[in-house]
Design a binder for this molecule. Structure first.
Ligand code: HEM
Ligand code: HEM
Length: 172
């Protein structure tokens, strides 16, 4: 069975872990006031989220590098191929846009300087617009990932082929 190249497998599961962790940290921010005392929670979420952004860029680089060696699927139709590629595209896009919208939100408060010893700006407030955008993209990511995981199992079941093995380092 043709497998994904090792760097792509490692980056895939690292992303899954990071998304779970960052989303958990994000939901814990919901009832936390944006203030100097609580800034550490926002900073930790922001740092881990920005790591996802970097990991995604590295992953895109490796995907390009191994373009010719990637395993393919036996697509049922052009529509099936478009759907699979569309879902993957949406996932990549959201993994870039979610950190970006979060970053803009914290940046516009002027509080990033607090990490480098500057005073916490008076009346610093998160923006409702960037909050809503962050949340909207998170929803799109979760729906795409649900479709992706559902698709992996549906394809495996229909074709009696364990697709998961292609994303495992140690399987044959
Ligand atoms: C893929 C990466 C990220 C994920 C999955 C993620 C996820 C989340 C989640 C689930 C929430 C709670 C949403 C809610 O209130 O309903 C949240 C809130 C927040 N996130 Fe992120 N986040 C990511 C990256 C970032 C980054 C890089 C920053 C900043 C540099 C950031 C800043 C914030 C802030 C300020 C909040 C609280 C206000 C708000 O909801 O907008 N996030 N995030
Ligand atoms: C945050 C969660 C997830 C994200 C963001 C994600 C993202 C992706 C992306 C973009 C691909 C396309 C290949 C690539 O570009 O490297 C892929 C492939 C794959 N993913 Fe995920 N995935 C997630 C969760 C999961 C889970 C939970 C499973 C387990 C069922 C899984 C199993 C697979 C498999 C088996 C492939 C290879 C499919 C094939 O051979 O064509 N993924 N994933």
């Amino acid at each position: 069975m043709k497998k994904y190249p090792a760097p792509l497998i490692i980056l895939h599961w690292l992303t899954v872990l990071l998304v779970a962790l960052v989303a958990f940290m994000g939901y814990r921010l919901e009832d936390v006031e944006f203030s100097a005392e609580n800034f550490v929670y926002f900073r930790n979420h922001a740092l881990a989220g920005m790591l996802i952004f970097l990991v995604t860029l590295v992953r895109m680089f490796f995907k390009r590098k191994y373009k010719e060696q990637l395993p393919t699927l036996n697509y049922y139709s052009d529509l099936h191929k478009m759907t699979v590629n569309g879902v993957h595209f949406l996932i990549y896009l959201m993994l870039l846009l979610i950190p970006l919208t979060g970053f803009i939100n914290v940046y516009q408060t002027g509080a990033f300087g607090f990490c480098f010893g500057k005073p916490f700006p008076d009346g610093a407030q998160l923006s409702e617009f960037w909050h809503e955008t962050h949340e909207f993209f998170i929803k799109i990511l979760f729906v795409s990932v649900a479709a992706h995981v559902g698709g992996v199992f549906a394809y495996s079941f229909k074709n009696k082929e364990k697709l998961l093995k292609r994303m495992c380092l140690f399987s044959k």
